[in-house]
Design a binder for this molecule. Structure first.
Ligand code: KG4
Ligand code: ZN
Length: 357
């Protein structure tokens, strides 16, 4: 009989649940996004995120069960994200998962969110297997791993400051484009020339796989301030009428070139460092995962450069790159199958690390 895993994910600003059959086949995957809730603030407001998770978690789980045509009694196990992420957000999904597992008398495992992102690629590609080099580039992380075997990970490098997605979000906020910044910058970049403005790239020394994006973000801000800056009074209905909004007023063509130049610099660094790590590995397989891996320019550039380097690149489909619960169920499934059981005392950990450093 098929093994049915319920995945639950609430580490940041998406409330997600999914039902997976035998760890591979997605029977349902439901994601309730909070983007509109956080958009006015240009980033996730943790307290608002936790409250919305509380409202959404049960309807989202019910919807996942309905779409999968599975009843609670038919579930074999539950996999819930236990970290890393926003502590208030994590607690909602994990406590819900624990309560449901207890009530249904079925096992539960806590899953590392970053491991989930890596498993998203395995869900999508039957020909992908361990070992592989895996980049998780999201709003909170830019971590490069050697994924040796299920549950065996070694951190090869990470960002020393901003995550790649965070850089997209902060630059988009500065440019007044909205939130989340990645898709908005990508859209503007399509109309621009990636070589019109060359922004600096932080390339680590040979043998290091660390990233850095805060210098690039500052370079964009300084470039915009130099080229076209106008200080406007903020909207009179604002709660802080005396505050000046520092929204740059840019000519659309220049905006497009800046977005294209910024995106090109992020993509160049991510591709160069990840490919260098994949080339140094025995498997020569590279997985790009996390929300930033939705980026079309990143996907095409990496695929093109990888061919010349003898590296095979895998990306999940965009809906599996961004936060979802199918990837959490996929990562939890082998552990449930091995008989692993979390105690009800399992706690969420905002800084939960994945693998050895
Ligand atoms: O993995 P994810 O959904 O959530 C986290 O775990 O953080 O990633 C969200 C991040 C955001 O920073 C968002 O701006 C970025 O992924 N992102 C993108 C694109 N789509 C989402 N960045 C660049 N290009 C995109 N198309
Ligand atoms: Zn994520």
């Amino acid at each position: 009989m098929a093994h049915l895993t319920l995945g639950i994910e609430t580490s940041c600003d998406e409330t997600a649940a999914a039902v997976l059959e035998d760890g591979r086949r997605i029977r349902s995957s439901v994601v309730a996004s909070q983007d509109l809730l956080h958009a006015p603030y240009g980033g996730v407001v943790p307290e608002l995120a936790s409250r919305r998770h509380i409202e959404a978690i049960w309807p989202v789980v019910q919807e996942a069960l309905t779409r999968a045509e599975v009843s609670l009694a038919e579930l074999d196990g539950i996999a819930a994200t236990s970290g890393p992420g926003l502590i208030g957000s994590l607690l909602v999904g994990l406590c819900f998962g624990k309560a449901l597992a207890f009530a249904c008398g079925i096992p539960l495992v806590g899953v590392n969110h970053l491991e989930g992102h890596l498993y998203a690629a395995l869900l999508d590609h039957d020909d992908l297997s361990f070992p592989f080099t895996g980049l998780v580039a999201s709003g909170g992380h830019t971590h490069l791993y050697l994924a040796a075997a299920p549950g065996e990970y070694r951190l090869l490098g990470r960002t020393r400051d901003d995550a790649a997605g965070e850089a997209f979000d902060k630059v988009a906020k500065f440019l007044g484009l909205g939130y989340p910044g990645g898709p908005l910058i990508e859209k503007w970049a399509q109309k621009g020339d990636p070589n019109a403005v060359r922004f600096p790239r932080s390339i680590p020394p040979r043998g290091s796989y660390d990233f850095s994006f805060s210098g690039l973000k500052t370079a964009v801000v300084n470039y915009v301030k130099r080229s076209a800056f106008s200080v406007q009074r903020s909207d009179s209905s604002s709660l802080q009428p005396s505050v000046f909004s520092l929204q740059p007023v840019l000519d659309p063509a220049l905006m497009a070139d800046i977005c294209a130049g910024f995106q090109e610099a992020v993509v160049d660094v991510l591709v160069r460092v990840s490919l260098a790590a994949a080339k140094a590995s025995t498997s020569r397989r590279l997985v790009l995962a996390g929300g930033v891996a939705c980026n079309g320019r990143l996907r095409s550039e990496c695929a093109e450069r990888a061919t010349g380097e003898g590296v095979q690149v895998y990306y999940p489909t965009p809906s599996l790159c961004t936060d979802n619960a199918a990837m959490i169920a996929a990562a939890g499934y082998p552990r449930l199958l091995r008989g692993e059981r979390a105690l009800l005392s399992l706690n969420a950990d905002a800084d939960l690390a994945l693998g050895l450093t």
